[in-house]
Design a protein around this ligand. Structure first.
Ligand SMILES: [Zn+2]
Length: 435
């Protein structure tokens, strides 16, 4: 007898869609087989009823230390990144370990309920006492049976421009972060920005860690630290272990420089993370009309062969007052914001919160629906990824390491319409399949 059997799930592979039974034992996928009338006995059986099975959602970029602090001690009235940083520096002295831990865990529960089982969170280490870092290191352990949490040492107020910035970054590495961050566009001078990247690369290499830098999150076409980061990734061989997040200045680069940059980024093999919800709101705030979008050149970078993922970034904090930790909402906004609307492009937006985000985190064999891998997945009452994005479908079941951790029943609406009996509205699923 096996632990868990999933019957009749819709699995889409390169060969097309098929109905499968999934056998799970001891937290691992044991078999993925065409659906059968004589399945093995199982302690628990989930009838998928044709629902789409997918590897779980992956959050490549969030700030859990700041989450749920919107309005404390005051609201960000201007809606700029800069006032957000000012509000946060006023909130920071009030941080306690329990305060950070409770807010972060609350939002991780939201993530799990939405089917997100791998999360990369930045944590501000420009704090003499590293209160938030210690709290999130504790959270990483507390949630590890359900969610894989990667922590990025994020120097919110700079590495070179903040007192003891370099030492704090190194101390964060010593305490056990997974990833080293940077914020070169925020440093006082361009030279400090370049040097901050070199410091980050040095620490990452000495501790064997990845890099994820907040890079060019500004509407300044002169902010070009991504070329520095990508070149370091290329020359050190760190390649796909390096990620540039936000990269909103790309929305302002001229065509000639954009062309050159695509080659540099593709050659380096680095990942990009675009945060459409938050940067649509924060960027362009100093423009009159026409107003810039301030987003990564997602379509062009994908075409150049670069791995790009979508992140949520902020959830109810000084930079963004909304959010429910739902990656499908992020992908939906991303499709609009980056004009990825052809059917295959909408499906690609789904990959940007699943497979592509998993590659950014370097999850490797720890992710995906295949024999021998951890049995973590979601069931989505939908035909295909396009359908998930269009109807913003929530997972009916979330399974982590073979354990069912969340269920969400359908919430049908009954409509009474002239000339018709009362009926459920189903918003018409698509008939054909988009891969
Ligand atoms: Zn961020």
């Amino acid at each position: 007898m096996i632990d868990l059997l999933v019957r009749g799930a819709r699995l889409i592979t390169a060969d097309g869609p098929s109905l499968v039974d999934i056998h799970i034992d001891e937290g691992t996928f044991r078999a993925v087989l065409p659906t059968s009338d004589q399945p093995p006995e199982a302690a628990t059986v989930i009838d998928a009823n044709g629902a789409l099975i997918s590897a779980p959602f992956v959050e490549p970029h969030v700030h859990l230390d700041a989450t749920l602090t919107a309005g404390e001690p005051r609201w960000n009235e201007s809606g700029t990144l800069w006032e957000g940083i000012a509000c946060w520096s006023e909130r920071k002295p009030m941080l306690t370990r329990n305060d950070v831990r409770d807010r972060a865990e609350e939002v991780l529960r939201w993530y799990a309920a939405n089917g997100t089982l791998h999360v990369r969170s930045h944590v501000d280490i420009t704090d003499e006492n590293l209160v938030a870092l210690d709290a999130l290191l504790e959270v990483r352990e507390r949630v590890r049976d359900v969610i894989t949490l990667q922590l990025v040492a994020f120097p919110q107020e700079g590495i070179c421009s903040f007192p003891r910035g370099e030492e704090l970054l190194e101390e964060a590495a010593r305490r056990g972060v997974d990833v080293i961050g940077a914020i070169p566009h925020f440093e006082d001078t361009r030279e400090d920005g370049v040097r901050s990247i070199d410091v980050a690369v040095d620490v990452a290499q000495r501790y064997g860690l990845r890099i994820d830098a907040h890079c060019d999150e500004i509407d300044d076409e002169q902010s070009r630290f991504i070329e520095v980061l990508a070149t370091r990734a290329h020359r050190t061989g760190m390649r796909e272990r390096v990620t540039a997040s936000h990269t909103t200045a790309m929305g302002s680069y001229n065509a000639a420089y954009s062309y050159k940059l695509r080659r540099i980024v593709a050659r380096a093999g680095i990942n990009l993370v675009c945060n459409p919800l938050v940067n649509l709101h924060l960027q362009g705030r100093f423009d009159s009309y026409p107003k810039r979008r301030g987003l990564t050149q997602v379509k062009e970078m994908l075409a150049a062969g670069v791995n790009v993922a979508f992140g949520h970034d902020d959830i109810m904090d000084p930079w963004y007052p909304l959010g429910t930790a739902n990656p499908v909402q992020v992908a939906h906004a991303g499709a609009h914001a980056t004009q990825l609307m052809a059917p295959t492009e909408v499906a690609e937006c789904f990959r940007m919160v699943t497979d592509r985000a998993a590659a950014t985190l370097g999850l490797g064999d720890g992710y995906g629906i295949d024999t021998g891998r951890p049995a973590s997945f979601v069931l989505l009452p939908a035909t295909d990824p396009f359908d998930v994005i269009r109807r913003q479908v929530r997972p009916s079941h979330v399974v982590s390491h073979g354990a069912l951790i969340a269920t969400t029943p359908a919430a049908p609406t009954t409509l009474t319409w002239p000339g018709r009996d009362a009926e459920e509205v189903d918003f018409q699923r698509r008939r054909d399949v988009v891969l």
